[in-house]
Design a protein around this ligand. Structure first.
Ligand code: ATP
Ligand code: MG
Length: 494
């Protein structure tokens, strides 16, 4: 059976989150510990020292006062208080009973020094009786008169003489020391807290700059293109850990910048290669297509294999021409070449595109949901048509006959100035393996199709690039039985 630990054991000490707060609180805890240690040590030492002084005084004064208690003076005062310090306690036990007990009192002024008889409680009496008579010094709590150091000595006629010195002075001195220490330590803690916080803030400032620069780098679009990295951190002392972090960070930024620059230049080379190759291929492709057409239409009878070969040559050159056109368009979009900026009625555009798709794919059920009023966007009509047509051709080509394709165009509620086109089908869904790279070039499903009769895998890359060039967004959600492409574009307000 699983048993949970008691709460107190599982509870963890919560440390402050920020490094700054941790350093300052650690500093304060250590200083408080040091203060407490110093405070306890000095208090104990002073107390011990003063008590030993009292003990010395007690031993030196002997038992004269306790002895004198037996003979009250002419004025009836108990004992001979001459040369006795104020607070001295004397008691005499005769035959195990308390005979006299008195405390010297009065001002320090000798003339007024006298003595008062004291009445002891049963507990105090019991404590006095329990004192060993070997002259050793012990503590005694005379409740009303405070703590005493006392010693008992056997007198001449079987009585026991007890003399004591008050600890009041010792306690007062120790208490005073404690108060002074408490005040000094409190001030030291407060000053250390404030000064430490400033110092730590100052020392960690370069780290803040590193963090701020790192955040700016993470916000940059590093995926592609030319990227301008933020300026380097100012040089800080390389002998400090924080300075080393800053230097290493600067070096890392340098490496990242070099890597990004070399990636950008190779992207540029690839792009211009694709564009150049596309242009170069266009003319020979057109020639191949034209010659194949010419040969196919030649009036002289042809062997069936030759006729089939010519048809294939013509069909493949048309397909290749389409791929070259797609690659050229992608190269143009990559290069950020400006697109046409005209007012486009998406309602009409979608209507046309769905009509075309319906003719091309009569096997699917096409359901169209358009708003009643025109939905206007600013952009390149032909490119937008191409993007929408690519989504529709996918819904047609990658779903079995009998599938339903829903196309819905709507304006998103204000304050979003967006228009959304949803193309959803109930086909088998996009294979899991394609989803992460769906909008990249040449990503296409296998599904038993061969490269000759399948698509080229450029349709979604083009749709995505066109939508992005229009400051829009193309997203997809897919599971078996439901694939939904959402195309959001900024719209012109009605
Ligand atoms: N509606 C859909 N249902 C199922 N799979 C889809 C759907 N749309 C796209 N796919 C998958 O995504 C792949 C990439 O689509 P994309 O349009 O980029 O290329 P393609 O259709 O294969 O070729 P083409 O360049 O001719 O469009 C497809 O090959 C297909 O596997
Ligand atoms: Mg496609």
């Amino acid at each position: 059976m699983k048993r949970s630990l008691p709460r107190s054991r599982t509870r963890r000490i919560r440390l402050p989150r920020s490094l700054r707060a941790r350093l300052i609180s650690g500093l304060l805890v250590l200083l408080a510990l040091a203060c407490a240690t110093v405070g306890i040590a000095t208090t104990v030492a002073l107390h011990g020292f003063l008590v030993s002084k009292v003990d010395q005084q007690l031993v030196q004064s002997g038992v004269r006062y306790a002895q004198s208690l037996e003979h009250p003076d002419a004025g009836g005062l108990p004992g001979d208080t001459r040369a006795q310090s104020v607070g001295t306690f004397g008691a005499r036990l005769a035959d195990g009973r308390l005979a006299q007990a008195a405390i010297v009192d009065g001002d320090a002024d000798d003339a007024d020094v006298g003595a008062d008889a004291v009445t002891l409680s049963a507990a105090e009496l019991a404590a006095i009786k329990a004192l060993p008579t070997d002259g050793s010094v012990h503590d005694l709590d005379l409740h009303e008169d405070g703590y005493y150091r006392v010693r008992a000595v056997a007198g001449r006629d079987q009585d026991i003489l007890i003399t004591g010195m008050p600890l009041e002075g010792v306690e007062g001195a120790v208490h005073r020391l404690e108060m002074v220490e408490l005040t000094v330590f409190a001030i030291a803690l407060a000053v250390t807290g404030v000064a430490g916080a400033l110092w730590v803030r100052l020392s960690l400032r370069p780290l803040d700059r590193v963090a701020a620069t790192a955040v700016r780098v993470t916000e940059l679009p590093l995926e592609s293109g030319a990227v301008a990295l933020p300026p380097r951190l100012p040089d800080s002392d390389p002998d400090t850990e924080v300075g080393q972090v800053g230097t290493a960070f600067n070096r890392m930024l340098g490496h990242v910048e070099t890597a990004l620059a070399s990636r950008h230049s190779s992207e540029e080379r690839l792009r211009s290669f694709a564009a150049d190759a596309g242009h170069e291929l266009r003319t020979p492709l057109a020639a191949i297509r034209g010659h194949a057409e010419l040969a196919r239409l030649h009036p002289q009878p042809q062997a069936p294999e030759v006729a089939r070969a010519l048809t294939r040559i013509q069909a493949e050159s048309v397909r290749m021409g389409a791929i070259v056109d797609d690659l050229l368009l992608l190269a143009r979009l990559d290069a950020g070449r400006p697109l046409a900026r005209e007012e486009v009625d998406l309602t009409l555009l979608v209507l046309d595109a769905v009509s075309d798709a319906q003719v091309a794919g009569p096997g699917q059920h096409w359901v169209l949901d358009l708003p009643e009023t025109p939905v206007l966007v600013t952009g390149d009509k032909d490119r937008l048509h191409q993007a929408v047509a690519n989504l529709l051709s996918n819904a047609r080509l990658h779903t079995p006959a009998g599938s339903t394709v829903r196309v819905c165009l709507s304006r998103l509620p204000q304050p979003l100035h967006l228009v959304r086109l949803v193309v959803a089908d109930d086909g088998p869904g996009i294979p899991e393996s394609l989803r992460s790279t769906l909008f990249e070039r040449f990503t296409r499903g296998g599904g038993g199709r061969s490269r000759t009769d399948g698509g080229s895998g450029l349709g979604l890359a083009i749709a995505h690039a066109v939508v992005t060039a229009h400051q829009g967004e193309l997203t997809v959600r897919s599971r078996p039985g439901r694939t939904e492409f959402r195309l959001d574009l900024p719209c012109v307000d009605p």
